[in-house]
Design a protein around this ligand. Structure first.
Ligand SMILES: [Ca+2]
Length: 103
C-alpha cells in the first residue's frame, strides 16, 4: 500500500506496490503515467520504464424518475429525472424518455 504523490519517488524492496487511492479523492478520469527504475545489488541503475493506466468511469448511472401522483384529465404535467445520479466520476449527459402506455 502506498499513497503516491506526484513526481515523488517511493522505494521498496518488493517487486510490486499497491497504488492506494482514497475513494474520497479519486484520481481524475483519464490517463495517468507511472515510472519504474530498478537498482541491482551492485548499485547499477536501470533506464526508466513507464506505463499509462486509464482511470475510467465503469459504473452505470442510476435513473430516478419522479412524477406527481395524479393529474387532472387534459392537463399537461412534468416528468422529473433530476434525482438520477452517477457514480464512478462521471456525470449524466442524456435523458431518454419513453411513454409505455397503460398498465
Ligand atoms: Ca458512472
Amino acid at each position: 500500500m502506498a499513497t503516491f504523490v506526484l513526481n515523488t519517488d517511493i522505494t521498496t524492496t518488493t517487486p510490486s506496490i499497491e497504488v492506494t487511492v482514497d475513494p474520497n479523492k479519486p484520481l481524475a478520469i483519464g490517463r495517468h503515467r507511472f515510472r519504474l527504475v530498478v537498482v541491482d545489488d551492485s548499485g547499477n541503475v536501470s533506464k526508466a520504464d513507464e506505463v499509462e493506466v486509464i482511470v475510467a468511469d465503469q459504473s452505470a448511472p442510476t435513473a430516478v424518475l419522479n412524477v406527481q401522483a395524479s393529474v387532472a384529465s387534459g392537463a399537461s404535467f412534468e416528468l422529473n429525472g433530476s434525482k438520477s445520479f452517477d457514480l464512478g466520476g462521471g456525470t449524466i449527459v442524456k435523458y431518454i424518455w419513453t411513454y409505455l402506455g397503460q398498465p
